[in-house]
Design a protein around this ligand. Structure first.
Ligand code: SF4
Length: 212
């Protein structure tokens, strides 16, 4: 079952947030900002990540297009992560890596949420040492936070849940409940519920781009 075109366009609107955060980061770098981040440096991927609903549905759509065995393996990985509930209480230095991290690279990089796009460090040594505070470029942080806040406010103004949700649990809900996106489009707070159990992990939800 394809999503209604209006529903799909409201979800994909969040890509404009991602593009704006990326552009703001690039502009800060052009103005001389220094960041110390490099590919395959993934210390920050232990941190708690939050995302708004349309970002979660974009990720679910990307995962649903994977071959069935890879999809089932990802569902298992997400479930294992959320059942290790003590993770939430741990400092980031002791938490397991994000389940989307594969070989030190983000496996959902093109659709990673704005929170991850915002994250950076001006001193990678501090990240490697799991310092309690990571030095960051204030310009980049303020720009990204303003864009995230403005976008979530725009969704709220239109009657959608625009609040932030813990990424892993929310993606699991979006993957296992094929009604989640349509119910969110109808104004429900679908990520407030407990994550559902998967009974058939090879059954992929039909989350399709209405343009196809
Ligand atoms: S979604 Fe990607 S960038 Fe964000 S924490 Fe997970 S692996 Fe890292």
């Amino acid at each position: 079952m394809s999503a209604h075109p209006a529903e799909q366009s409201i979800v994909t609107f969040v890509r404009s947030l991602h593009q704006a955060v990326d552009r703001a980061n690039d502009a800060a770098l052009d103005r001389g900002a220094h960041i110390d981040c490099k590919a395959e440096c993934s210390h920050c991927c232990n941190a708690r990540v939050e995302a708004i609903a349309p970002e979660i549905f974009l990720i679910a759509e990307e995962l649903a297009q994977r071959p069935a065995p890879a999809f089932a393996e990802m569902v298992d990985r997400l479930q294992a992560r959320i059942t290790a509930s003590d993770q939430e209480a741990l400092p980031w230095s002791h938490r397991k890596s994000c389940p989307f991290l594969e070989d030190h690279l983000c496996s959902i990089y093109p659709v990673r949420p704005a929170t991850c796009r915002k994250g950076h460090s001006t001193n990678a040594g501090k990240c490697a040492a799991h310092a309690p505070e990571i030095p960051q470029n204030l310009d980049m942080i303020l720009n990204a936070e303003a864009l995230i806040k403005g976008t979530s406010g725009a969704y709220r103004q239109r009657g959608f849940d625009g609040s932030a949700h813990e990424l892993v649990r929310a993606v699991l809900i979006a993957l296992l409940d094929p009604t989640a996106q349509a119910r969110w489009f109808n104004g429900e707070h679908v990520f407030d519920a407990a994550a559902p159990e998967s009974h058939d992990r090879t059954a992929q939800p039909q989350i399709k781009n209405a343009a196809h």
